[in-house]
Design a protein around this ligand. Structure first.
Ligand SMILES: Nc1ncnc2c1ncn2[C@@H]1O[C@H](COP(=O)(O)OP(=O)(O)OP(=O)(O)O)[C@@H](O)[C@H]1O
Ligand SMILES: [Mg+2]
Length: 242
């Protein structure tokens, strides 16, 4: 991200934010409510168009007009208010827009059995044993179950860049731990991960670097190994220690 700036009318949500995330790295994005975290995620995820500044992938400027554009660049997002299609099942949501097919040319068919199997595996890996049937409409799942399906999407394809906006909010202790495992697995396979969290323990558990937004500005950037939670919280509250 190079000098990303975003206004909503007269409210400035992002003010010249510059940030680099490496492949194989987990960066935690923290900040007070309204600091601009979701706005930043949405700019990188193809949901919002920044007013100025640039987004670069592999050193090249990219312009994203839609979430699909972002997906094609290898960027997958779990939004704060997870955007699943209520009328579709867990399987259909996971594979939305990138159905698994078999056969070639005119013989190409959607491979429903393969998608069902992968959905069951993914959901088991995330520890959501309470979804009895992955064919159930997502609108009938609990909030935490929906959230886990949304996180599952990031694990399916080889997305190079994964953006997680408060992925563990509303999840049980066990499901939170599984999401953290998923984040570590993403890093291990070389993905660049940006995770928004209000949970400082979670941040220190999983992040390599911690970035603080304050009133739309990048207020601080820390290596996890070099700071204490108190340093981070001070920066979140706008007190600059260093
Ligand atoms: N659609 C919108 N229209 C107008 N203003 C908006 C809109 N979305 C966000 N804002 C404003 O932009 C600023 C940043 O909001 P944003 O949602 O990015 O914050 P956040 O850091 O994600 O907060 P939270 O921790 O509450 O999720 C806030 O002042 C907010 O009121
Ligand atoms: Mg937010």
């Amino acid at each position: 991200m190079v000098e990303l700036t975003k206004w909503y009318g007269s409210v400035q949500a992002l003010d010249s934010v510059g940030l680099t995330i490496a492949y194989g790295e987990v960066v935690a994005l923290v900040g007070d409510n309204g600091a601009g975290k979701s706005s930043l995620i949405n700019c990188i995820g193809g949901v919002l168009e920044p007013d100025s500044g640039a987004i670069q992938v592999d050193g090249h400027d990219v312009v994203m007009g839609s979430v699909r554009d972002a997906n094609e660049l290898g960027i997958c997002t779990v939004h704060q208010d997870s955007t699943l299609a209520d009328n579709l099942s867990a399987v259909e949501n996971l594979f939305l827009g990138r159905e698994v097919t078999r056969g070639f040319g005119p013989f190409r068919r959607v491979d429903a059995a393969a998608m069902r199997k992968r959905t069951q595996e993914t959901i088991a890996r995330l520890g959501i044993s309470t979804i009895a049937d992955v064919g159930t409409r997502v609108g009938q799942l609990s909030g935490g179950q929906r959230q886990s399906v949304a996180v599952g999407r990031t694990m399916l394809d080889d997305f190079g860049i994964v953006l997680l906006d408060e992925p563990t909010t509303g999840l049980s202790v066990g499901a939170c731990a599984r999401v953290m495992d998923a984040v570590r697995a993403l890093r291990a396979r070389g993905a660049a991960v940006l995770i928004v969290s209000q949970n400082i323990d979670e941040v220190f558990d999983v992040a390599d670097r911690i970035v603080v937004l304050h009133l739309g500005r990048l207020a601080a950037e820390f290596r996890r190994s070099e700071v204490t939670p108190e340093d981070v919280l001070a920066a979140v509250m706008g007190m600059t220690l260093r």
